[in-house]
Design a binder for this molecule. Structure first.
Ligand code: ATR
Length: 279
């Protein structure tokens, strides 16, 4: 009797850099669960059709990365509470009745890595968030939940930063700084890069006045995409800088657990994929 191997995928654009297929293969080997997990490059114009085709052909679940997180949330049939609040999704699951459920575990994954591995507990800290796209939205809600003292959002397009700040509805703790006037801002305890500049091979021109002797820089990107921001953090004098590889493993593990009901060994997987993939 033949059995069908359940099929999963990560959708993004670009997607060639993604370590998600390798990570899910590592988790599958750890847990003895048979699965197929592929990377699918879909432009914004092609994304909705590509995703619908994937699920129509029996796909069981998908991870969603830039720039599709808001579109993924919009096309789902339902969502868990976290995704509802954040308004973006990085996990889609086909339920037994065929409906597609949206989830957002980026924020929890970022915090677990920041606090657990990077020694960057953001509680009571003054945090600068760079970016206002889907990844930044998830990070912003998580940082507020973690108890930051203040959250300043700066984005190349200021109107998007203002819109994100407005939807957070915490004017006492949340502010917006103009991207082209960051040298007039204070220095921050934690600087989180949630832009996709690194993935687009673009450098960020940030002033070193954002940094003090204890500033920790955290990038949601990983691999070569994280090198420019890590380089800037070092030159600017940050006490430490981390890429988002640990966050990726945390979020992938949460997706794996959602789909297969088994929690994989996160630290072992992180060790396995770290070689050659850290800035
Ligand atoms: P994601 O889902 O990963 O957040 P996104 O929604 O496309 O992807 O958002 C990308 C973010 O990176 C945006 O905040 C974008 O700024 P704009 O809103 O001005 O487009 C930011 N970004 C992308 N390239 C950038 C660059 N070269 N310099 C600065 N910010 C950049």
């Amino acid at each position: 009797m033949s059995t069908t191997i359940p099929r999963y995928a990560v959708f993004g654009h670009p997607i060639a850099h993604s370590l998600s297929p390798r990570l899910h293969a590592v988790f599958a080997a750890q847990t003895g669960i048979a699965l197929e997990y592929v990377a699918i490059d879909a432009t914004p114009e092609a994304f909705v059709d590509a995703l619908r085709d994937f699920f129509a052909a029996g796909g069981c679940g998908a991870n969603i990365t830039l720039p599709h997180k808001a579109a993924a949330f919009a096309l789902a049939d339902g969502c868990v509470a976290t995704a509802q609040r954040v308004g973006v999704a990085n996990v889609l699951t086909r339920l037994s009745d065929g409906r597609i459920e949206a989830d957002s575990n980026d924020g929890a994954g970022m915090l677990a890595d920041m606090c657990g591995r990077c020694g960057a507990d953001p509680r009571d800290r003054h945090v600068l968030l760079l970016g206002a796209g889907g990844a930044a939205r998830a990070a912003a809600f998580a940082l507020l939940d973690a108890g930051v003292g203040s959250l300043t959002i700066a984005n190349r397009t200021t109107a998007r930063a203002q819109a994100l700040a407005g939807s957070l509805a915490e004017p006492g703790r949340v502010g917006v700084a103009r991207w082209d006037a960051l040298e007039q801002s204070r220095a921050f305890d934690v600087i989180v890069n949630a832009t996709s500049a690194g993935v687009q091979h673009a450098a960020l021109a940030l002033p070193s006045s954002l940094v003090h002797a204890h500033t920790i820089a955290y990038d949601l990107s990983y691999g070569p995409a994280a090198r420019p921001f890590a380089g800037w953090a070092k030159r600017a004098g940050c006490a430490a800088a981390s890429d988002g590889l640990g966050m990726l493993v945390e979020t992938a593990a949460a997706s794996f657990e959602r789909w297969h009901g088994v929690r994989p060994d996160i630290d072992a997987a992180l060790k396995e994929i770290s070689a050659g993939n850290r800035p």
